[in-house]
Design a protein around this ligand. Structure first.
Ligand code: FEO
Ligand code: CA
Ligand code: CA
Ligand code: CA
Length: 613
């Protein structure tokens, strides 16, 4: 599109200053309210959240989980006032979850009740929410309210289903597993389902022996983060409920121990929020790694359905899945949503990105016939497609993909179909490449591309560089000021009008000047100087505006909107000492120490109109 002649939506709020308080701050003329914090009961089995950590594991199983992250609003009958909010619960804070933090017995084992509570605080929540007279509320005991935890039975689908790699005593035919974990970013499908992504799940496992190259590469270790494998007490456990977190081989084969349990994680998981009779499904064709998010690409009748996904670790890769089946618009409203998921997500080709210095890029297929850089095929190296999927990172290494500065979220601009990816930071980079041009990159950047017509490659440029405003010009390449400096872009999304919202998970010296935040920009309105590989520069940086700042200690993540854009939902994850009331902008009084609660915050214009304009 020619940005010189199009009419563009304009941001009608003033950029706000940075903030470092125990309160949310939002642009003038807007409200921000706490909705569905950790521990909010979803049904009558759960007792109300208690301020002393004494809620039981059963309470937690029937309530909102901890550490809200990616999410999506699913309207009911197209309503902007009534729908399902589906929320990821990425990880936990044991000190807030239990009365006195995590405990162990004299043998170093974890009490089973604490372990179950921790397992149930992870996963995904589906919660009915409704707006009445401008106030959003959770509908307690709505029949569609539902939890998925790190213990919920899930189906395996796609190339890994039934493979020998996934055989466990729980699933002798390798078609099922229990739980999803470290659900960070998210996505959705064109047929009305939610996608949740498994990111830093290796840390719930322990491996005490000699690991395979694949296990080393994905990052298992000899110590688990929470010690769930040591659960002790009145167990009456289901098959391997806790033993499965120790993946060290101990039996004669995979039917005797949980050596393969870790291979049942690392996937994109599809959830039908509207049908509580259906299990979640792990769609293995989209690769196995530390999936941050999963976002649909441009959707066109008669063309493949496309999903992008990043692997959030230093020097990891960006992937694209292309369906074998071609899109039929009749599938936008199917009777069986998960069958439609199988149609478009179980069979297709996974690609990994190579960004070349001339501003072009190539999608490298990860198939058995792909010839790797050393002349062997991926089939020679990994056996069948299941072997390639299990070792997605290794396959991507072999074909020469471009190591990135921690790929986080992806989003598609609905106005011009450009694809955006946040690259959050990489403080270990010593060797620059064109797409990751700053060595020691604590601030991160956002890259964008246009797919070529045949989808085998793309043209890319860097949209914006994060920076402290005080950094030298060769670092602050987008000329950011005190009113829009940011670091570590992480969550990101476009609303239906083409406004791009950037969320941060800050670790750099920008945190000395402001807490994590939400910024907005209309990329299609930014004049992009031809031949300049940086889009936002000192000449146009004022188009990037700060809209919202979170409370001390938090990260701002997860973004979704009501269809009419009058409500914007974001998540406050791991706040330090917040919230003190339903008003997200109320500061915790000096000297008050709270049990912090991650929460969704709903932002609305005071006059009820659409956000930002
Ligand atoms: Fe969970 Fe990559 O952030
Ligand atoms: Ca600064
Ligand atoms: Ca993230
Ligand atoms: Ca992050």
């Amino acid at each position: 599109a020619d940005s010189g002649t199009m009419d563009h939506i304009a941001l009608a709020f003033e950029s706000i200053s940075g903030s470092k308080t125990d309160a949310c701050v939002v642009a003038a003329g807007y409200t921000a309210s706490v909705l569905a914090p950790w521990g909010t009961p979803l049904n009558s089995t759960a007792e109300a959240w208690k301020n002393d950590g004494t809620n039981t594991a059963t309470d937690q199983l029937n309530s909102m989980g901890m550490h809200h992250d990616g999410m999506r609003f699913f309207p009911i009958n197209g309503s902007s006032d009534d729908g399902l909010l589906v929320v990821n619960h990425e990880y936990i804070d044991q000190s807030a979850l239990h009365p006195n933090g995590a405990t162990t017995d004299e043998s170093g084992n974890r009490p089973v009740e604490e372990v179950r509570k921790e397992i149930y605080a992870h996963g995904v929540a589906v919660v009915r929410i409704r707006r009445t007279n401008g106030t959003w509320q959770v509908i307690d005991s709505d029949p569609l309210n539902r939890r998925f935890t790190s213990d919920s039975v899930m189906d395996i689908s796609g190339p890994m289903a039934g493979s020998s790699h996934l055989i466990t005593p729980f699933s002798l035919d390798g078609t099922r597993t229990r739980g999803t974990n470290n659900n960070c970013g998210n996505g959705y499908t064109p047929w009305g389902t939610y996608l949740t992504c498994e990111e830093n799940w290796p840390n719930i496992f322990v491996h005490d022996g000699t690991m395979t190259a694949e296990q080393e590469r994905i990052g298992f270790s000899n110590k688990s983060r929470y010690g769930w494998e040591t659960a002790a007490g009145d167990l009456s456990e289901s098959e391997g409920e806790f033993a499965r977190f120790n993946i060290t081989p101990t039996g004669v084969d995979a039917t005797q121990d949980y050596r393969n349990e870790g291979s049942t994680f690392g996937y994109i998981v599809e959830i039908d929020p509207f049908d509580t009779s259906r299990r979640a499904v792990k769609r293995t064709a989209l690769g196995r790694f530390r999936h941050e998010g999963c976002w649909p690409g441009k959707l066109e009748e008669g063309q493949p359905v496309v999903f992008y996904s990043g692997d959030d670790s230093r020097f990891e890769y960006i992937y694209k899945f292309v369906s074998r089946e071609l899109w039929n618009p009749a599938d936008a409203n199917p009777t069986d949503r998960l069958a439609t998921g199988a149609k478009y997500m179980d069979d297709g080709t996974l690609y990994v990105a190579r960004f070349d210095a001339d501003g072009t890029g190539v999608w490298l297929p990860l198939t058995v016939n792909t010839v790797a850089q050393d002349g062997q095929t991926l089939g020679d190296k990994f056996g069948d497609l299941a072997g390639i999927i299990l070792n997605t990172r290794g396959a991507a290494d072999a074909v020469g993909a471009t190591p990135m500065d921690r790929p986080e979220w992806c989003a598609l601009n609905p106005v011009d179909d450009k694809v955006y990816f946040t690259l959050t930071n990489n403080t270990k980079r010593e060797e620059a490449n064109a797409a990751n041009p700053r060595v020691d990159n604590p601030y991160g950047h956002i890259i964008r591309w246009d797919e070529k017509d045949d989808m085998t490659g793309f043209n890319w440029e860097i949209f914006v560089y994060g920076s402290n405003d005080s950094a030298p010009a060769d670092v602050n390449r987008s000329g950011l000021t005190a009113m829009n400096e940011f670091a570590s872009p992480d969550g990101m999304g476009f609303d239906s009008r083409g406004i791009m919202w950037i969320q941060t998970d800050n670790g750099s010296d920008v945190a000395d000047d402001t807490n994590d935040q939400v910024l907005a920009v209309v990329p299609s309105a930014v004049v992009d100087t031809e031949g300049n590989q940086t889009v936002i520069t000192a000449d146009n940086q004022d188009m990037l505006k700060r809209f919202f700042v979170g409370p001390n200690g938090c990260e701002v993540t997860g973004i979704t909107f009501s269809p009419d854009n009058t409500a914007m939902f974001v998540n406050i994850q791991h706040p330090g000492n917040w919230p003190v009331s339903d008003d997200a902008t109320e500061a915790t009084p000096e000297g008050t120490i709270l049990r912090p609660r991650a929460s969704t915050v709903v932002i609305q214009k005071a006059d009820g109109g659409p956000i930002a304009v």
